[in-house]
Write a protein that binds this ligand. Structure first.
Ligand code: MN
Ligand code: MN
Length: 315
């Protein structure tokens, strides 16, 4: 926070240059435990773009976040040094694979400093290059909340769209399908191949109907059973939530989670060995009210609380 007495958390929320959660903007990640990162990229979207605008609006709405969690009483800023390291810089924005390489490079620098990343997208294609940077000797486990499996082989003849990241991550050995759970899946498709990949490779898939039947507590138990004690990543697509709450997204599907169900689900992941997370697919042009970004910022805060505990437990 610097030597002076200025504390952005106590300043009026509309003041200053917006950063995630009003944390300090930090250029050198080696001074941090957890880095909040913007990944303003939506070049891998087939239908409705706009998620490139996500980080900026999420930063703005995240000024509504405070420090102490009302249920767990976790204060992530007491457990960890948290800062906003800015946005991934893109050298060739019209080239998907070059842009993904820029993302990987950025996260490799964070990973080399031992920093845990919590990112705001961007479309869901960004998770693959993030995993390329942070998956170590051992593939990651994953809790994936989404209306879509994002396990397609190709989309519009591209292997690197926002519909393919988790299939590629399994193929590249970054993601352990046996330690992966997908929650909230729904909506019609033109082919079943994106649904078929997961079960065929051991991914536990909870469609929204099973979620409703089991209830959130049993889904939490199932998620904990699947990912176990190993290093685990959380990837949260805002279209997992019902578009009544998050209309600002490219591929909305009705009949989704409520924000409270999503919050409860995340809180149920407390104590896992969480090594990173992202919240993706916020597309501000479809929700200028900012409510989708408010939901995303709040989900980021919920995840930040868990990451800060996991980080301090590893120290
Ligand atoms: Mn997705
Ligand atoms: Mn989705």
């Amino acid at each position: 926070m610097g030597a002076d007495s200025y504390n952005p958390m106590h300043a009026p929320r509309y003041c200053g240059i917006p950063t995630f959660m009003r944390t300090p903007h930090v250029a050198d990640p080696s001074s941090l435990d957890i880095a909040l990162v913007g990944v303003p990229y939506d070049g891998a979207v087939e239908a409705r773009s706009g998620a490139r605008q996500g980080p900026r609006q999420i930063r703005d709405m995240s000024s509504m976040m405070r420090a102490i969690h009302h249920v767990t009483r976790i204060n992530p800023y007491q457990l960890c040094r948290v800062g906003d390291v800015g946005d991934v810089n893109f050298e060739r924005i019209f080239d998907v694979e070059a842009s993904h390489a820029d993302i990987t490079g950025f996260f490799q620098r964070l990973h080399a400093c031992g920093v845990t990343p919590l990112s705001a997208g961007g479309d869901h294609s960004i998770t693959l290059p993030i995993m390329r940077a942070i998956a170590g000797d051992r593939p990651l486990g994953l809790v994936h909340i989404d209306a879509h499996t994002d396990c397609c082989d190709e989309e519009m003849n591209s292997r690197y769209s926002h519909g393919t990241p988790f299939r590629r991550a399994v193929e590249e050995g970054l993601l352990d399908p046996q330690r992966t759970i997908q929650i909230g899946i729904r909506g019609a498709a033109n082919s079943s191949e994106c649904w078929d990949f997961g079960p065929k490779h051991g991914i536990r898939v909870i469609y929204i109907e099973e979620f409703a039947k089991l209830g959130v507590e049993q889904v939490i138990a199932e998620a904990r059973r699947v990912v176990g004690a190993g290093p685990t990543y959380i990837s949260f697509d805002v279209d997992g939530i019902d578009p009544a709450f998050t209309p600002g997204t490219g591929t909305p599907e009705i009949g989704g989670l409520t924000p409270l169900e999503a919050q409860t689900l995340i809180r149920g992941l407390r104590g896992l060995d969480l090594v990173g997370a992202d919240v993706v697919e916020v597309s501000p042009p479809f929700d200028p009210s900012g409510n989708t970004a408010l939901v995303a910022a709040t989900i980021m805060y919920e995840i930040l609380c868990l990451l800060s505990e996991a980080k301090s437990a590893r120290r």
